[in-house]
Design a binder for this molecule. Structure first.
Ligand code: ADP
Ligand code: MG
Length: 689
């Protein structure tokens, strides 16, 4: 039976139903999945060190034949698995402490790849972080470091080794390549000097040189970026074009009054963003804009300006926050800023009594409430607006697509402004937020002090807590963050709880509170409020502290196990302090290991710069989690070096959608089919005109 791209892998020779189940664990179900299961690294002579040159103190990748193996018990009951490998240049011992089970997989005569640091222990010894069996003793393939040979290494899983995957792919690659159909208009990749899709897949699996594989990868990256950009270009087209927006007019009424009444000067950055927003809101197209800026960058005032621009046009404007606590905080801020104008913002929260809520809803329906702050309660069914002209969504990633749509649906094509305190690099933003226009606030308001960040070892814990106690005695407050990445992990939660109890004793009579993700939200809010009101001095928190929570009196942020956090996340946490006029501190309690990166972090205050560092460190994964555009994360794109592809794919996608908004043309229908197969969201976006 001839195979097709959608044939299940179980029908491939050498796979079968049992192994197909293991393939499924890698997300490989069909022949097409297998074809796109590309190597995660390549090895050639330039990346492999001859054993003789594996110097103590360096990190190397070595390939050698296994000469002998054995398990060595040590006095501390730690069983060490050892193997000696050799290549044409020499021998070296490999040691895996505590991994005696490797005895079952690593055998004499195998060709073994190891990479890790070279140490000195009765001679040179490598302690591998990664090991791959490249060939068994009786295999004919894979001669020791064959000159010019590039070895493709595939992501593997338990029960399915890299070798087995490589074998299956090698056996079927020609057959699979025959099936490849390139639906992207050929001139687009050609203009970027990218190979054809078939050539790309071929060289990715069987490169003659690492550079060749890289060219192939770039083609695959272009295709996925192009698909993604088509989806966002379509969303953008719908958002801006499909429904005509409200053309607000800059009447310089409330807006000017606000400017004159502000207790501070707007920064240049704020003025620039206000200009961008004004130009959007006064144009006949809808505004669909994202404002990114670090915590404390001054986004709220900018948003208020936009709200007043709507209000002076007799429109209503809402400011939606993800939690009641944040909504209250915004309401307080707006109340202060609006007082000189004789305006009072309306606040609507789910916890208000039914009669309170209905009175507020009446004012919203009649239009007497113009500037409205609230939570999810704002887009519930019973809330109707007289004329909703602007929707501002704070911490926008914390709302689902449907929730945002429900809020926006309360008006007739209102302008939309999304706020994000998680800056990401521009090229990435163009992908992840490609359907939005993007504004950034980089500079902080003047007079803001940088948070002093230090890395301390756990041996200094006593000194750290002495400092905490001094700060509290001086009237300040302190956060202690304990990472519980998975809130269902009982062990971690226990550690955080124990820590809070211990601190409570050590810091007596100071009040220590605890918030974590498994608490009921009411309970958590109550504790957060006590902290805000100064009744709790030290707040121990797992990763759930509200992103936007503003307690200007908090001056110290202690982070335990900072190595478990991404840099962007650390930056977010650090942003909790330094919000008042007092000198503020962020103390990272870390032992050896991760200290270099933490030190780099401690020397950088710029959120955009940190976002770039984070991206290089972790790749796209986590960031994309914030909003997987169209529901699919990128697999081939390298955001640290594919800027050109991002810009080019975006341009090509926007042009194509402008030409043929529904991708109905003869040459485009296949592209649309591919989109609909890969992106659930594409289905819905291309359904309607
Ligand atoms: P964000 O929402 O971006 O985290 P906010 O809008 O809450 O930041 O602003 C943080 C603080 O800075 C607020 O107290 C605000 O009043 C103040 N602020 C905003 N803009 C300026 C400015 N141009 N000069 C001085 N202070 C400012
Ligand atoms: Mg804010």
């Amino acid at each position: 039976m001839p195979i097709r791209l959608d044939t299940s892998v179980q029908f491939l020779k050498g796979v079968g139903p049992r192994r197909a189940e293991v393939f499924a664990r890698l997300g490989i179900h069909t022949v097409e999945d297998l074809l796109y299961h590309v190597p995660h690294r390549y090895l050639d002579a330039t990346t492999v060190t001859p054993i003789v040159r594996a110097d103590v103190g360096t990190e190397v990748t070595l390939i050698g034949r296994v000469m002998s193996t054995g398990v060595l018990p040590t006095r501390r009951r730690l069983r060490i698995f050892r193997a000696v490998i050799r290549d044409d240049t020499g021998l070296i011992e490999c040691a895996w402490p505590g991994q005696a089970f490797l005895e079952r997989t690593i055998k004499d005569g195998q060709l073994l790849l190891v990479s890790g640091p070279v140490k000195f222990y009765h001679g040179r010894q490598i302690v591998p972080k990664e090991q791959i069996v490249l060939a068994h003793a009786d295999d004919d393939e894979g001669q020791t470091s064959g000159a010019g040979m590039v070895l493709a290494v595939y992501p593997a899983t338990e029960g399915l080794s890299h070798r087995q995957i490589r074998r299956v792919i090698a056996d079927h690659i020609d057959e699979m390549l025959e099936l490849v159909e390139d639906v992207t208009h050929a001139h687009i990749p050609a203009a970027l000097r990218l190979p054809s899709l078939r050539d790309a897949l071929s060289v990715v699996h069987r490169p003659r040189a690492v550079e060749e594989a890289e060219e192939g990868r770039r083609r695959l990256a272009f295709d996925e970026l192009f698909d993604m950009q088509l989806v966002v270009a379509r969303a953008r087209y719908l958002a801006k074009r499909a429904a005509k927006g409200i053309q607000h007019e800059l009447k310089k009424d409330y807006t000017t009054q606000l400017k004159n009444a502000l207790p501070f000067e707007l920064t240049g950055g704020q003025r620039k963003v206000i200009r961008e927003i004004t130009s959007d809101m006064t144009s006949p197209e809808r505004m669909h804009r994202l404002l990114m800026g670090d915590v404390g960058a001054g986004k709220t005032v900018v948003a208020l300006f936009a709200m007043l621009l709507a209000a002076e046009n007799d429109s209503q404007a809402v400011f939606m926050a993800p939690t009641e606590l944040l909504a209250e905080q915004h309401a307080r801020t707006l109340t202060k800023l609006l007082a000189p104008l004789g305006m009072v913002p309306e606040l609507l929260l789910g916890r208000f009594t039914p009669s309170e809520k209905s009175a507020i809803r009446e004012r919203i329906a009649s239009g007497s409430a113009r500037v409205i702050v609230g939570t999810h309660a704002l887009f519930q069914e019973q809330t109707a607006f007289r004329r909703l002209g602007l929707v501002v969504i704070d911490e926008q990633h914390r709302f689902g697509v449907e929730q945002r749509a429900a809020m926006i649906g309360k008006g007739e094509a209102p302008d939309v402004l999304l706020l994000s305190a998680t800056p990401i690099p521009r090229t990435l933003a163009l992908t992840v937020y490609g359907d939005l226009d993007i504004s950034t606030l980089k500079e902080k308001p003047a007079g803001r002090r940088e948070v002093r960040t230090t890395v301390r070892s756990s041996r200094s814990r006593a000194a750290i807590y002495k400092f905490v106690s001094e700060q509290c005695q001086a009237g300040r407050q302190v956060y202690v963050v304990y990472p519980v990445i998975d809130e269902s992990e009982k062990v971690d939660l226990k550690a955080a709880t124990t820590m809070a109890e211990q601190l409570g004793e050590d810091l007596h009579p100071l009040e220590v509170g605890l918030v974590h993700g498994r608490m009921k939200s009411q309970e958590r809010d109550a504790t957060m409020r006590s902290f805000r009101d100064g009744k709790i001095h030290v707040l121990v928190a797992t990763t759930v502290i509200e992103v936007g929570i503003d307690v200007p009196n908090a001056t110290v942020m202690v982070i335990e196990h900072p190595e478990r956090f991404g840099l962007a996340q650390l930056h977010q946490l650090r942003g909790r302090v330094g919000r008042g006029g007092e000198e503020s501190y962020c103390i990272l309690v870390a032992d050896a290991g991760a200290r270099d990166r933490l030190r780099r972090f401690s020397q950088t205050a710029d959120g955009f710069r940190i976002a770039e560092m984070d991206l290089q460190e972790r790749g796209m994964g986590q960031l994309a989690g914030a909003r997987q555009s169209g529901g699919v994360a990128t697999r081939f794109t390298d955001f640290t070096k594919d800027d050109d592809l991002i810009m080019a794919s975006r341009k090509a996608a926007i042009r194509l959608i402008e030409d043929d908004p529904l991708l109905n043309g003869d040459k485009n229908r296949a592209i649309r089919k591919r989109l609909e197969r890969r992106y659930e969201r594409a289905m819905e976006l291309f359904r309607v005109g």
